[in-house]
Design a protein around this ligand. Structure first.
Ligand SMILES: NC(=O)c1ccc[n+]([C@@H]2O[C@H](COP(=O)([O-])OP(=O)(O)OC[C@H]3O[C@@H](n4cnc5c(N)ncnc54)[C@H](O)[C@@H]3O)[C@@H](O)[C@H]2O)c1
Length: 266
């Protein structure tokens, strides 16, 4: 169902790799709600996933950009400003990757070059997107910016590895920029902390299936789906959440408030 929540709004969605990606669901819902979109993903994703097919399905442009690279981000905003004919109203950061996770290096033994890469791709890329967007005056007054996190930023999930540190940094960047962008232009910056979700990035975590099932049993509403996450993010992009900023908002079926579920004691 469409409510026209984003009619007349323009936005950039990062990270739609394939049909399972949280960003793909957000792009689809934002489009249904009347938004004009531009998608972006890493050049390497063009080979590994289907970003171009997804962009074609929505009839929107796709701009390749490695979000760790300043030059790529500058080009992304230049193209977006030209395409939209002005600043954007919303931005989704939906990007994460850890070589330590991929190569099976446990947290106490992580490789520090991989660690730098994890932080750069999964957290500092958000700072770069916000810094360059602000400098280029690419964000419209009263806009809304959202990035995705996981509860491993607050609690220990050993196999989430150095991504836990990246998510803690990401959440801090959202708060810090939320202050500056809020003061300057009334722009909101929030984090959505999502349930385990079967995507390429999610399923790359060792033991994902067991974590997924555990979280499902622990959450009174069960794990929140990618589709439901997209609905929530569309509301955050809309004018209905004008007073919400600098928050980590848990979209997790209640998991974060639980101590123990009776089912798990049986
Ligand atoms: N899947 C889960 O269980 C889960 C739970 C909570 C939060 N999240 C977060 O949601 C976000 C989206 O992940 P997803 O689960 O949809 O998986 P996904 O694999 O579909 O998306 C991750 C995206 O990051 C992109 N990316 C990686 N390196 C990049 C770079 N250098 N520049 C630009 N893009 C790059 C990939 O190409 C991909 O599109 C991530 O921040 C992830 O940590 C996922």
């Amino acid at each position: 169902m469409s409510y026209g929540l984003l009619r007349g709004k323009k936005g950039i969605i990062t990270g739609a790799l394939d049909e399972r990606s949280i960003a793909w669901h957000v792009a689809r819902r934002a489009s249904e709600e009347g938004a004009t979109l531009l998608l972006t993903n890493a050049p390497v994703a063009m080979r590994l996933g289907q970003p171009s097919a997804l962009a074609q399905r929505l009839g929107v442009p796709l701009v390749p950009a490695d979000l760790t690279q300043i030059a790529d981000i500058e080009k992304l905003y230049d193209e977006a400003l030209k395409y939209f004919g002005g600043p954007i109203d919303f931005l989704l950061h939906s990007v994460g990757m850890s070589l330590n996770v991929r190569k099976g290096k446990a947290y106490p033994d992580i490789d520090y070059e991989f660690y730098q890469k994890t932080l750069d791709v999964s957290a500092i890329s958000f700072h770069k997107l916000l810094q360059i967007g602000r400098r280029k005056e690419a964000f419209a007054e009263g806009g809304s910016i959202v990035a995705l996190s996981y509860i491993a930023a607050q609690r220990v999930f050993p196999k989430y590895n150095d991504m836990s540190d990246a998510k803690a940094l990401l959440e801090s960047i959202a708060r810090m920029f939320g202050y500056f962008l809020g003061k300057e232009r009334g722009i909101r910056v929030n984090i959505v902390s999502q349930s385990p979700t079967p995507t390429t990035a999610g399923m790359g975590i060792e033991g994902f299936q067991a974590m997924y099932e555990y979280a499902h049993q622990m959450s009174p509403l069960g794990n929140a789906s990618a589709e439901a996450c997209a609905d929530f993010i569309v509301v955050l992009f809309s004018d209905l959440t004008r007073g919400v900023t600098m928050q980590t908002l848990y979209h997790d079926g209640g998991f974060s408030a639980m101590g123990v579920a009776e089912e798990l004691l049986r």
